[in-house]
Structure formats: structure tokens, C-alpha cells
Design a protein around this ligand. Sequence first.
Ligand code: DON
Length: 575
Amino acid sequence: MKTLRKWGSVNIGLRLAYGGLGLALAAVLVSLGVGQEARAAQAGCAIASAHPLATDAGCEILAQGGNAFDAAVAVTAALAVVEPYSSGLGGGGFYLLHRADDGFQVFVDARETAPAQADAAKFLDEDGKPVADRSLRGATAAGIPGIPAALQHITQRYGSLPLKQTLAPATRLAQQGFEADARYVRASGWMVDVLKRDPATAAIFLRDGAPAQGGELIRQPQLAATLRTIAAEGSRAFYHGPVAEEMVRAVRENGGFWTQADLAHYRVVEREPLRFRYRGAIITTAPLPSSGGLVMAQTLQILDALDAGALPPDTRLHVTIEAMRRAYNDRARFMGDADFVDVPVARLASAEYARRRAKSIDLERATPSADLPSIYDVAEEGEETTHFSIVDGEGNRVAATLSVNGPFGAGLVAGSTGVLLNNHMDDFAIALAAPNLYKLVGNAANAIEPGKRPLSSMSPTFVEDERGVLVLGTPGGSRIISMVMIGIIDYMAGGQVDAQRIVGLPRYHHQYLPDRIQVEPGGFDDEWIAALRRRGHTVEVYRRKWGNMQAVFVDSKSGKREVANDPRGREGVVF
Ligand code: DON
């Protein structure tokens, strides 16, 4: 089977297709020049994930009769093993679910929470400046993980198979090991100095203190044991008892602030997804504590208000950037965990507000970000991360974006549990106007408070119109939101949907501060860039491409499912 394998969408369905009757179908599709992803989807397994072994795990579960939600559990757990630099049991994430039976949709929020003993002062030096190491490296950087609770929650409420079955592929991969691929080698190369700080962590992810070579086997028997415990006893065994005690011991021994109570109090929260209309499509996406939905709602509704589709291409691009600038400005000013702070959600999401914001856009000139309301102005109102998309044969859907934040998260495994800790404390605004890893700024709305969830940009999304439904998302920090929007804008430009093209589109990004447009190298020609500069924009061609979008498109007429993996993932580009 290995020779048939193509990035993240190789699957059991394809194997079945190459068995008996499927052979003819596969042959026809090959002769039609249909890509392997498409063939895979037709053969019954529509999963786009960032790693072929994780896709395999999900397809295995679908083939055993599981639904999309069971497959999501299997893919999550497998990614925790084979993409440890992106997501894991020690991290968090968001799942957007659609149940075909009754059309029920829900956003499962498994974001990490701040430990009760964490306060901003613990992340600042004597001069009140953030110490990056404390929110990014080691035990202090880690929020209370949400993924184990999500595995159990999704299984109990929406799944049809027991955790014992859905966690089996991941447990096997952790026990037997997986081969380091180009992305693993690259991510562990970036983080080698951090991973080396703890000998036990280095022993798992490095080889004699150096990054593993491609093809070397990465085995995680301790993580396999933790997975087995969760499979047998449920996620309670992660948040209580020996596993929890060992994690708290290790975190505290390394200077962190976790307590048993923090773990015991962790809860997944079901939230109403954020919905809005854009050019006649219904966009269903992430509510707070992700900023993704609100930033997209404002940006895209500004484009609608300006009838951007009718503008000349240069002007359309300019107003798209200006709309992003304003929406990210509001991210910095207003957004945080709405369970803790008042965020004017209804206003920020409304078409009326977008129309007002649109009026401040000069069609010819860039607005300097310094001229927008600052983050001090709260007015009167108060390598890595991963995404996968799944659609099963019944039409159940999952879009999930999961993360340990930076590559290999905090770079510390919690004692003997094999659980690699996240560094999501850095997603809080540690001090006013102090940029985080993604150069995002914020204010009191996103300040650290015990039990609070740090503001995120992760945006699992459904786009639905009469042509079908596009299930999509990507990693990429603050740029997640602009990437998803570029995908939506292209989808809504009309015509034949080509999911593979959408995930490969060249990307640009503006996030209010820093006041510059970032563009992917090779993505745009000189004239395109010059036109933006003429309007007063600063354009920075970034040193590498970004994102790893995973999408599934279901055509409403034919029922055909197209699976699309970002070509950047294949190229080993992860950020
Ligand atoms: O929640 C967030 O917005 C970030 N912690 C996501 C991090 C990420 O996407 C890193 N990926 N390259």
C-alpha cells in the first residue's frame, strides 16, 4: 500500500476499492485523471488530515462502522502521537460538529484553561515586562488540557463506538512507533534546544540530543499507557487519580502552578456556533473563545457592504486588507473569553456594524493602524496546531482544529505520563500592548484569570450554499482566520468548486498590528505588490509559506465528496 500513499488522505476505502468490485471503479477514476484524494472519498472515506497515519486511523474506524464523530476521536488521538509538535492530549482545540439525522450543529470547546494559581505577575519581570520563556517554554507555559475531556465527550454524546476501539489505532502507533517524516525532523530541529532542557522529554523526541533523522522510529510507550488508561476508564482517569497526580507533580517540580483541583474542574463546553451570511452562503464557524468567527463576520460583511465583488481587482484586494485590519483591531480591543468578560458579540457580528465600519475605508488609501481606536480604548463596552475535516457516508461532519500552540508546545513531557504540555498561556495578553508569539496584542479582555480560556484564532468552519458544503480549517496562529477567509472568498466567487485549488491559494494577511501586509513568497507578482504599496500599504514578503489547510467538499447534487490536503503540508511547510 505504501506506494499508493499520498499525503493525508490515504485510506482504508482505497484499499477496499482495490479489493474486489472496487477495482473497476478505481480503474475508471484513474483513467479519468481523478486525484487519489477524490478516489479515496468516492470509495467511502472522506477525511482530510495533516498526517496519512492519522487519516488511516480515522478510515479504519469508519470501516469498522463508526461515524464521523468516532473517526474524529481516532484522528485526534492518532495526531497526538504522530504530529506531537502540533496537537496532543496535553493540548486543546475546537470541534465543529454537524449531525446529519436532525441537522444539529454544535461547537465543542476543548480549549485549555488557566490554572487557578496563574496570574499575570508570574509572567512578568521586575519592570513589568513579559518574560517570553515563562509563557512559551516549560511547565509555566501550560494551560489545563482539554483534549482528553473532548475525546470522552464526543464519544458519549455523538459517537457509536467505545473509546477502547477508537483509541486503539493511536495506542498502537504510540507503542510500536512511527517513522519521523520531513515535518517531524524540521519541527524537532527548530525546537531542539527547548526539548533538550528536560532529559526525559529529549529521550522521547530527540536522538542523543539531536533531531531524529527521517525514517527513524519515534516510540512513545508512556503515552501508549496513558491512552490505554483513558480507553479503559474514560477521561476521568486523566483528570483524577495517578495520571493527574503524576502530571501535577511534574508540572510543579518544573516550576509550574497546576493543582489537582485545576484538573478536576476542567470541563468541555458546548457552544452555539457563530453563524452569518456572506454573499448568500451560510458560514458556520467558531464563537469565542476563538476570535475567528467574529473577525470573519466583520471582514466578510464589510466586503458585502462595499459590494466588493463589483470592484476592480486592485481595489477589491485593498478593501479586503482594510476590512481585515478593522476586524483584527476589534479582536485586540474587545475579545477574550466571554465567560469571564463582557464582549459586545451581537454588535461585532452584525451586518449593521460592518456597514458602519465599511464607511471608514478609503477606497484609494491604506488607513494607518495607528489611526484606528487603540487597545487602550475599550470604549464603553466593557509547528503548530492541526486541522482535520471529516464527512461520513451519512453526511455527519466534523471540522476540528487542535493545538499545543507553538511547535512541541511547552517542550516538556509531564513526568512518566508521556503527555507533552501545551504553551497556550502565551495566547493570553500577558501585558497591555505586549505582542505574543503571533505578534497579536490585546487588553484586559484577554488578561490571565484563573479558569479562563485564552483567546484563540482557531476557526473550524462550514460554508454552505446551493452547490454544497465546504468543511475547512487550518493551523497558522493569527493567520488562521485570514486563510479561512481567503478560502471562503474564493469559494463564493462562484463557478465550479475545486477544493484542491482552494487549499492551495496564495495567502496574504493583515492583523491590524503590526501594520503591514504579509504575503507568501512566490504567491503574488510584483505589480500586485506595487499596487498595494501605491495605496500606502507596507507589504512584507514573508520568508516562507504558511498554513496546512484540510478540506472536504460535498457536492449537493452528486453527493460526491472531494478531499483536499494543502500542498504546503506535503512540502513540509508547517507554520
Ligand atoms: O489558538 C490559537 O489561535 C493558536 N494557539 C494556534 C496556534 C497555531 O495555529 C500554530 N500553528 N502554526
